[in-house]
Write a protein that binds this ligand. Sequence first.
Ligand code: GDG
Length: 736
Amino acid sequence: MPIRPFQLSLRFILPLALVIGISALILLPMIDDLTQRWFLRDLDTRGQMVAASIREPLIDYVMLQDVDAMQELLERAAIDGHLLALGFCDVAGNLRYRSRALPHQVNCLGAAPSAMRVSEVSLAQDENSLGKLLLVQDTGFIQRRSDEFRFYLSAVFLLMFLVISALVVWIAHWSWLGWVSALKNLLRLETTSPTGRATPPEFRPLVGDLRAMLHQMQIERRVQQHSPQSWTPQKLRSLLHDELAGDEVLVVSNREPYIHEQGEHGIVVRRPASGLVTAVEPVMRACSGTWIAHGSGSADRATVDAHDRVQVPPARPAYTLRRVWLSSEEEQGYYYGFSNEGLWPLCHIAHVRPVFRTADWEQYVAVNQRFADAVIAEANTDDPVVLVQDYHFALLPRMVRERLPKATIIMFWHIPWPNPESFGICPWREELLEGLLGNTLLGFHTPFHCKNFLETVDRYLETRIEHEASTISYSGELTQVEPYPISIAWPESETGLDVLQCRKELRESLNLPEDHRVALGVDRLDYTKGIVERFQAVDRLLELRPELIGRFSLLQIAAPSRSSLDEYQNLEARVRKLAHEINQRYANPVAPPIILRIEYYDADQLATCYRAADICLVTSLHDGMNLVAKEFIAARDDELGVLILSQFTGAARELHEALIINPYHIEQGAQALYRALTMPAAEQRERMRSMRTLVRDFNVYRWAGLMLLDAARLRRRHRVTEKIHLHSRHPLRRAV
Ligand code: GDG
């Protein structure tokens, strides 16, 4: 029997033994006393009956003084079982007649030997007393019976205790097994699995809480293990050295970190406006691996070597960029079509319908294969560490796994993962999930996205999911699913830019008065970023607070993105129109309320804007993380400035000191803007200080470090498993 149910049972058995023991101690004397009284009453009754039966002849023989007849009468009466002897005392108290067995100690004064009892019955004739009949009874049998009774009663108590204890242990054992299996099911399932098993209704209220708790515990454990204070590029480098010593690192992403463009005066290098690039670049600098990406720049081909490689960053090369070329047809189907018209709206709940075309899907499959081939070609070992970035490559992990079964494939999904119902509308949902389960490790920004992913897999594939360990077992292979909240590279030293200087520069460049209040928006021009809602909030603010007209403006930097797609062209037109309308409505000689710049700003310009602004406005309708919020915080070493942040960003789960808003609620956005504009400097400092500590400690090195540490752990485990397989002469299999 398992130790746990036995311990559980002891909790019942010990009190039970106590209760039964005390009951026995109290009840046994009471029952004993009662039975003794019953026996005595019984003796009395029988004595009375004997006396009554011999009364008539007794009176006659006393009157006649017939000694012989009397003797015989008494002898006959004494035959009764418990009657030992009889005697007769006259009125003077003399013992006149007696049966032979009457003990000598018995006299007319009531004396009796032990274990005997003498009872008396008076005899009278015509109201004249004749004397009394003495009945000597055996009481020894009462003691014997009482002892016997006590013995059997104790045995009954003992038996009762044993039977109840056995029952309790049995019930506890089965209840325990039932609870354990119900809890396991509960952790494994949401409401139903593909096999139709359902979480018992009584456990359903616990499902969310339990899972959230487990995830929280895991995160806390990992946070404790790796003190956040110490994550620096040096630490990441030494971690790569210690944990993945000599291992090859390959990164795959659609967007390249450096784009070579043909400019008027020769080739120029551009950095793309992409959160992903912002996050992964510092990792590559730290590990000197190879980054495989789509060569999209007009001068990209002109700058690579014979193997399509170029060393980057151009100023101080630290790693290799391997470019993959795509035809316009491939780019149209894989990138614009399936990735950005299908998967992007599918994963963001931003009310834009996803479009799925078979032709796009076919290109998506083909391009994933092209990139997988590039990974295999670039790999110098059979077990590289492959870091796959984002939703453009959902199929690639399995394709690489098939060719390099020993590779450690880590994928980070930079956008949200929707609930199973939303994901379910994708016609190729099973293929995408199977592709993703080729990963060794799959990361999302938040525990909520991990939970959505596990539930989606549970809904559409036959897998075994361990919620506690956050693993999915599919076709004998294991994928670990974990949250890794992405962040930015915390500036190693101060920028050197003076905030006052930045404020002055920006206001001068925009022709604004020195004391003009400026809110800043920085985004790719994308419908998920809530730019329209942001403008509406400004509109409402000025409607409510007309005194701010000409004293406040929103500077919106919107880097053009995916502009060949209808949805993005429509968005641009809407954004331009709305800005124009609002500027018309609040026209004034000083400044327009909305300063819209649909153009790419370089990194220095952005840094100036972050430091010059009074407010940073992030109003995404849905966003995996949002790095702009963190960049603004990192830029504010003066500890001033207010961040207004949408509750639908991953960042809102970390940056609690921001003014958190629902961007769909325009009124709330307007109020938050007003609150930010009137927030005392002391409060701004307090909030900014706290957020700066968090972003500094939870930086991108920590993001990458935790992921790589987990990968290294899984890699070690895989190697040990392989050795065991070799020893036991089993065929090689990948197991984590
Ligand atoms: C995805 C997820 C997640 C923007 N305009 C310019 C410019 N940017 C830079 C910003 C920032 C980045 O682009 C945008 O980062 P976000 O986090 O907002 O998002 P997405 O591009 O949508 O990226 C997102 C991210 O991946 C990382 O995992 O946070 O949730 O959607 O770094 O500064 N940079 C320059 N000029 C611009 O005009 N230089």
